[in-house]
Write a protein that binds this ligand. Structure first.
Ligand code: ZN
Length: 139
């Protein structure tokens, strides 16, 4: 799933479904961020018999760099997605009749310059309440 359509996705599957999936995806990033250093240690353990050789040190540096990068990227994504999901959840209620997450997406604003590229989704959606027809901006 790329950034081509948060609007499409919410339209097709509904906001509740989208929001739930955000939380699951988010959880996966968090788990990845915490597992990286464990895998790193496991990797060192596995290479123990090579200790002292040049191959060992090169491998240790490579693995440490890879795990560190993975952890950083996963953590960044976790933070971005968490903020985004919370932002959308906060404004998902109809300002008129308070129905939560029951709306159609009218339009999506493109990602702004200040948006982290890994977010891959637009900041704001224009939505219309399915119950009362009220329109408001999400995000
Ligand atoms: Zn409403």
């Amino acid at each position: 799933m790329n950034g081509s359509g948060i609007g499409d996705e919410i339209c097709r599957r509904g906001f509740h479904h989208w929001f739930e999936r955000q939380l699951i995806e988010n959880h996966a990033y968090l788990v990845t961020a915490f597992l990286s250093p464990i895998l790193l240690l496991a990797g060192f353990e596995a290479m123990d018999e090579l200790r002292g050789s040049t191959v060992y040190y090169v491998a240790v540096v490579a693995v440490a760099a890879a795990a560190g990068t993975l952890m950083w990227v996963a953590w960044q994504r976790f933070c971005v997605l968490l903020v985004r999901a919370e932002l959308f959840a906060e404004s998902a209620g109809c300002p008129c009749c308070q129905a939560w997450g029951r709306f159609d997406v009218l339009a999506a604003e493109e990602i702004g310059g200040g948006d982290p590229p890994e977010a891959g989704r637009p900041h704001r959606l224009r939505v219309r309440c399915r119950r009362c027809g009220e329109q408001w901006r999400l995000g």
